[in-house]
Design a protein around this ligand. Structure first.
Ligand code: C5P
Length: 224
C-alpha cells in the first residue's frame, strides 16, 4: 500500500524573521512513516520543520507553511491508499505578512489572525475518495468526546486521540483510537515507535477491509 503521512508543526510568517508555530516534535508522524516502511509499504512523508531525520526510504517533502502543506497533500493524496494527517498544522496565520521586519514598539499591539485551511477536513469532503483517512487529535480535556466530534466534523475514518500534555515533545504517548462506526480501542502508554507499529497494522487492516467492500460493489454492478 502507499501511505501519506504529515508530521511536525507549520510555521506561519509574521514578517521576514518571525513566525507563529507550536511545539510539535514530529516524532509520532516520523515513527509512523518508519513503521509503514518496515511493514513493506511505500511512504510519502510531508513534514514541517523538525529536528528528526526523515527515514531514508521515504519520499520526503519538506514544507513550512500550512498553505504549502495543503498543496503538497493535495498533490499526492489521490495516489495513496492511506492518508495519515499527524501534523500540528497552525489553526491561524497572520492576516497580512509584513514584507519588512516589524519595528519594536513600546506599548501593546495586536496582530490580526486569519484561519488557515483545514487539510484534513478538505480531504474528508472529497466525494469519492479511495483512501483511508486518519486524523489526530491532541486534547487537554474531554479527550474522547472532543475526538468523536472531530471524527464527525472532518468526516474521517479514524481519529487517533491523545493527551496533548503527555504526547508533545515526548518519546512516549498513550492513544485512543476512534473508528467511524463508534468502536474505540486504547493503546496504553508506550514508546511512540511501538505505538506506530500497532497503528500501521490497524490502518492497513482497516484499509484492506474498506477497499474490499468497494470492490464487491463494483463486481455486483458489473454483473447486473
Ligand atoms: O481541529 P484540530 O486542529 O484539533 O484537528 C487535528 C487534526 O486535523 C490533525 O489530524 C491535523 O493534522 C489536522 N489539521 C489539518 N489542517 C489544519 C488543522 C488541523 O489537517 N489546518
Amino acid at each position: 500500500m502507499r501511505f501519506l503521512v504529515t508530521a511536525g508543526p507549520t510555521r506561519e510568517p509574521i514578517d521576514p524573521v518571525r513566525y507563529i508555530s507550536n511545539r510539535s516534535s514530529g516524532k509520532m508522524g516520523y515513527a509512523i512513516a518508519e513503521a509503514a516502511l518496515q511493514a513493506g509499504h511505500e511512504v510519502i512523508l510531508i513534514s514541517g520543520p523538525v529536528k528528526v531525520d526523515p527515514p531514508r526510504k521515504a519520499k520526503f517533502v519538506l514544507v513550512s507553511t500550512s498553505d504549502e502543506m495543503f498543496d503538497a497533500v493535495h498533490r499526492h493524496a489521490n495516489h495513496c491508499d492511506v492518508c495519515i494527517l499527524c501534523a500540528a498544522v497552525a489553526d491561524h496565520k497572520p492576516a497580512k505578512v509584513s514584507p519588512v521586519k516589524i519595528k519594536k514598539r513600546s506599548g501593546n499591539f495586536s496582530l490580526e489572525l486569519a484561519p488557515t485551511r483545514d487539510i484534513l477536513e478538505s480531504l474528508g469532503r472529497q466525494q469519492d475518495r479511495q483512501f483511508l483517512l486518519v486524523g489526530f487529535a491532541a486534547e487537554t480535556n474531554d479527550i474522547v468526546q472532543n475526538a468523536a466530534k472531530k471524527l464527525r466534523a472532518k468526516n474521517c475514518d479514524i481519529i487517533v486521540a491523545n493527551d496533548a500534555r503527555l504526547g508533545m515533545e515526548s518519546d512516549e504517548n498513550e492513544l485512543m483510537i476512534l473508528f467511524r462506526h463508534s468502536e474505540i480501542k486504547t493503546l496504553s502508554r508506550a514508546p511512540k515507535k511501538f505505538l506506530a507499529r500497532e497503528l500501521v497494522k490497524i490502518f492497513s487492516e482497516f484499509a484492506t477491509k474498506t477497499f474490499d467492500k468497494k470492490n464487491e460493489t463494483i463486481t455486483e454492478r458489473t454483473y447486473k
